[in-house]
Design a protein around this ligand. Structure first.
Ligand SMILES: *Cc1c(COP(=O)(O)O)cnc(C)c1O
Length: 423
């Protein structure tokens, strides 16, 4: 049997209807921004493998850090024990996070980072004896696939089978250009009519919705409204964190600071699954008590896995190097130039960019669904051309590893231009 045949015999893939989807491509190796399949066909990874890989595949610096940690202390339980790698990650994050973030909690993936934040928001008020059970979230948000994260997510085909089984969530419009006032009023309204504990949002860019963007001033205003009403704010930076928006965190553009932040994806440079939820001292304090019942009874077996911590440390060090910051600026400038070039194309509705994130919406005759026919046509075209891009309906986005060369990036742009002509 071929690997593909064995795959279809044994494996169940994410977000996949196995009856109608094509067999997956077997990837055997990766280096920098490139991937190679089992037949040695080369692909440019233009979406950093679901946004996790800023420094390139098979990065030697991170691999060495992992190997060293694996052969020193691969894992120890984090209940009753601690270790230097976890403490070093915390110290490193304190250097780069907004100054009010002072406590960090480890988990395994973006969904669990969100799950922890939502549970903390709810228990914060429970511990204070206040009845607040509603979470506020944006329309078309994506916060992950576990239950509380799903409840906060607004993309309906991910969650429709589970409607009626969720925690209470009120949804408000995203303050995209022209909708700011509507969004502010919806937030005021939600707070007035529900017992709101927290507001969770993807700061400045909604990734899974198709890189929908809004301005930092609007987000600052929403956070101000929450602060006035003692509603906890949760910045889900799982996608935007670690340089994607051109600053270390999207919140670095915003004049207000959140009460909690969720980090994952690029945290370990795309090597080891790990996530972190960060908190203010004030949030932590609501759980700090002689009463054991006020503690946060949440944990995962691999919490603060030392090997993951070593990978995170190495990744943040890479991010902080001047060379990497130059790369981010270089890609940002390239994206801006490409946006200018294609935004007036007759088949383009709009093109937008922030940092290394770029998205273009292509005109379509029919209402385009998330996994609709245009999406399939585009996806197949890109794969055939050796470029990994996963359009969201009629939206094609690019989120390259920061080390992608200008030449590779130009090939990605050119392939997108060809695709626009083709559909
Ligand atoms: C990907 C993502 C998540 C979920 O992360 P997983 O690791 O896939 O569970 C949550 N929030 C945002 C903003 C994301 O982009």
């Amino acid at each position: 049997m071929t690997l593909q045949e064995k795959d279809s015999q044994y494996l169940w893939h994410p977000y996949t209807q196995h009856k109608t989807s094509q067999t997956p491509i077997v990837i055997s190796r990766g280096e920098g921004a490139l991937l190679w399949d089992e037949n040695n066909k080369e692909y440019i990874d233009a979406i950093a493998s679901w946004w996790v890989n800023p420094f390139g595949h098979s990065n030697k610096f991170i691999a060495d850090a992992i190997y060293k940690q694996l052969t020193t202390l691969e894992h120890v339980l984090f209940g009753g024990f601690t270790h230097e790698p976890a403490i070093k990650v915390a110290e490193k994050l304190m250097e780069i996070l907004p100054k009010n973030q002072q406590k960090i909690f480890f988990s395994d993936n973006g969904s669990t980072a969100v799950e922890v934040a939502i549970k903390v928001a709810l228990q914060y008020f429970f511990n204070k004896g206040e009845k607040r059970t509603t979470i506020i979230a944006f329309e078309n948000a994506f916060h992950g696939d576990t239950f509380a994260a799903m409840a906060a997510s607004g993309i309906s085909f991910y969650t429709q089978a589970f409607q009626g089984m969720f925690i209470d969530v009120v949804r408000i419009p995203v303050p995209v250009k022209g909708q700011e006032q509507v969004s502010f009023e919806a937030l005021e309204n939600a707070i007035q009519h529900h017992n709101c504990a927290g507001f969770i949002f993807e700061p400045l860019v909604q990734g899974a919705a198709g890189m929908v963007m809004y301005e930092p001033e609007a987000l600052a205003k929403l956070i101000t409204i929450c602060k006035k009403n003692d509603v906890l704010t949760i910045a889900d930076e799982v996608m935007t964190g670690f340089g994607k928006t051109g600053k270390t965190f999207a919140m670095d553009y915003v004049a207000e600071v959140p009460d909690m932040m969720c980090l994952s994806k690029a945290l370990t440079g795309g090597t080891i699954p790990m996530a972190i939820t960060t908190f203010t001292q004030n949030v932590f304090h609501a759980f700090y008590d002689d009463d054991i019942n006020k503690a946060l009874f949440h944990g995962h077996t691999f919490t603060a896995n030392p090997t993951g911590c070593a990978a995170a440390l190495a990744s943040i060090e890479l991010l902080q190097q001047d060379e990497m910051q130059v790369n981010i600026q270089r890609i940002t400038q390239n994206h801006l130039a490409f946006q200018k070039k294609i935004e007036n194309h007759p088949k383009v509705i709009t093109a937008r960019t922030l940092g290394v994130i770029f998205a273009v919406e292509i005109k379509s005759d029919s209402e385009e669904s998330y996994y609709g026919s245009m999406r399939t046509k585009l996806y197949n075209f890109f794969i055939e051309k050796g470029v990994v891009l996963r359009p969201v309906g009629n939206i094609v986005y690019v989120l390259p590893p920061y080390i992608m060369t200008d030449e590779q990036l130009q090939k990605v742009y050119k392939t997108i231009e060809e695709a626009i002509e083709m559909v």
